[in-house]
Design a protein around this ligand. Structure first.
Ligand code: NAD
Ligand code: MG
Length: 285
């Protein structure tokens, strides 16, 4: 708990979607620390936003637990290749799937290419997201509002619909929501609204898919040190990032990965429709 970096952090603004390689301190995705124990042996996982941050930590953990990984991402090829390298070093197969999930065709293509390569899908992690900081409500561009919804929630609907045709009983869907789903940071209004939608979608879909024995859960991270933060938040927010939590620091992606492993594994056979906070002590409702 005391080994990870604390604020203040250096100014380090980056253009969206951000490069993990350029971050200081470098986010810890469990590269040197995560130990697997065969909990996902032989499973196939499709993870969006798996190039960096939480998605990379989940990809590394899943691979060390025995899963092959389809790594979906926007355009951060270097970061994605680094994730693929760790997956392969764990003795598992990886598949790189770049492209914009705001497009309906890309949502379908992610699933088609994963199934073409691996035959089916056991675990779907909907983790990609866009956010942008706006101080004033009047300044939020209409097209950015629509794009945020397309990437953060409509894509989840589309990828789930496409993937379910290839998922068997025992399958697991995990969506990344946020503490913003019930405690919206006003400067992230469009994003926070989609994160509330993800929590609601998860609870509803879990009820629809229960009879098919497919589980659906979501994770609500608090402040986690990733490229999303340095590419979309103000210098001041970055400098103090995570300082307001009871633990006084942001989480590292590796600290979020274990809940995804549990929710993906057969040990979670009676867990569905839930939302898990990984927040450094900030309560979720
Ligand atoms: P990240 O930047 O490492 O990951 C987000 C990924 O989403 C990017 O790597 C990018 O490839 C992908 N992406 C963005 N737009 C896309 C598009 N149009 N098409 C395809 N892919 C796209 O940051 P992260 O913090 O690890 O984010 C992962 C998830 O965690 C997100 O859902 C985010 O909302 C959530 N989350 C993060 C925090 C935090 O503090 N970092 C807190 C709560 C929730
Ligand atoms: Mg990235």
């Amino acid at each position: 708990m005391t080994d990870y970096p604390k604020p203040p952090f250096k100014k380090q603004a980056q253009p969206v979607p951000g490069s993990q390689k350029k971050m200081d301190p470098y986010p810890d995705c469990g590269e040197q620390s995560y130990k697997g124990s065969g909990r996902l042996e032989g499973k196939i996982a499709l993870i969006t936003g798996a190039d960096s941050g939480i998605g990379r930590a989940v990809a590394i953990a899943f691979a060390r637990e025995g899963a092959d990984i389809a790594i979906a991402y926007l355009n951060e090829h270097e970061d994605a290749q680094e994730t693929a390298r760790w997956v392969e070093q764990a003795g598992r197969q990886s598949l790189l799937l770049p492209g914009d999930i705001a497009e309906k065709a890309q949502c379908q293509a992610l699933v088609d290419k994963t199934v073409e390569r691996f035959g089916h899908i056991d675990i779907l992690v909907n983790n990609a997201a866009f956010q942008m900081t706006h101080k004033n409500f009047e300044d939020i561009p209409d097209d950015e509002w629509v794009m945020t919804f397309n990437v953060n929630i409509t894509a989840i609907f589309r990828i789930c619909q496409a993937a379910l045709k290839h998922m068997k009983p025992g399958g697991s869907i995990i969506n990344t929501s946020s503490v913003n789903s019930d405690m919206p940071k006003p400067t992230l209004l469009p994003y926070a609204t989609t994160k509330g939608a993800i929590a609601n979608f998860t609870a509803g879909l879990a009820q629809m898919l229960g009879p098919k024995n497919i589980r659906v859960n979501c994770v609500a991270p608090g402040p986690i040190w990733t490229p999303l933060i340095v590419s979309t938040m103000t210098d001041e927010d970055v400098e103090n990032f995570g300082g307001e939590t009871p633990l006084g620091r942001p989480g590292q992606p590796v600290e979020v990965a274990p809940i995804y492993v549990l929710l993906a594994s057969d040990e979670a056979s009676y867990i569905t429709g839930q939302r898990y906070g990984i927040t450094g002590g900030k309560p979720i409702l």
